[in-house]
Design a binder for this molecule. Structure first.
Ligand code: GSH
Length: 217
């Protein structure tokens, strides 16, 4: 029997990582459909706008990553039962700007299925480059942003209570934190303290969302 859940997503999309993670955490099978980045009609037909992730279940379509996470966590016994911590939210906010400045140019160049056509890749570059500035400068090996991110990782290491869950028990903090670390894995030159390395590897296995380490640039 085919899975009752279909998830439409892009591999580089951090919101999509969040939606994918909950299926792995709960060991719930789902059909994966990776859309081309310039497919407008598909998402518009499903949810009225160009956005991913989208969950399809029994002919109904649900956008919004955290709505999908909470919906799937509610199937059977919930797993995201731990408390969240403001220190994690604050760390995520600090890391976001340097992370996306380095992440976007690398995503634009990566061998990912959502960029399988020239028009899909070119459209992504056209839309995203103005938001962070020239991709070529951000692709250099030593950037201010990389220094910032490596310093931020040193701050994060002592906040990790267990490789299995940042706060000791799985919570939505793990969903948000691993989505950041997943994006970070596309950036070469990032130095992971041991606690973070153990955490991101354990989360990748448990969520079923592979890191980008092998294609990092
Ligand atoms: N609030 C939404 C945001 C989703 C979102 O911004 N997705 C991006 C991809 S990372 C998107 O579809 N942007 C429109 C586009 O690519 O044209 C969520 O949490 O699911």
């Amino acid at each position: 029997m085919s899975a009752p859940y279909t998830l439409y997503f892009y591999e580089h999309c951090p919101f999509c990582t969040k939606a994918r993670m909950i299926f792995g955490f709960k060991k719930i099978p789902y059909e994966k459909r990776i859309l081309l980045n310039d497919d407008v009609d598909g998402p518009v037909r499903m949810v009225g706008r160009k956005v991913v992730p989208i969950l399809e279940e029994d002919g109904h379509f649900m956008p919004e990553s955290m709505d999908i996470v909470m919906h799937i966590d509610g199937v059977g016994t919930p797993v995201l039962t731990g408390k969240t911590r403001p220190e994690i939210t604050s760390w995520l906010q600090k890391a976001a700007a340097p992370l996306y400045r380095l992440f976007l140019p690398r995503a634009a160049a990566a061998p990912l299925p959502e960029f399988d056509t020239t028009s899909a890749r070119a459209g992504f570059i056209r839309r995203k480059e103005p938001s962070v500035g020239a991709f070529s400068a951000l692709l250099e090996e030593k950037t201010e942003e990389l220094t910032q991110l490596n310093a931020l990782l040193k701050d994060l290491a002592p906040l990790i209570r267990s490789p299995e869950a940042v706060n000791g028990e799985l919570s939505t903090d793990d969903i948000h934190l691993f989505a950041h670390l997943h994006s970070l894995s596309l950036i070469r030159g990032v130095v992971y303290p041991a606690e973070i390395e153990a955490y991101r590897q354990a989360m990748a296995v448990r969520s079923g969302v592979e890191l980008f380490d092998d294609i990092a640039v």
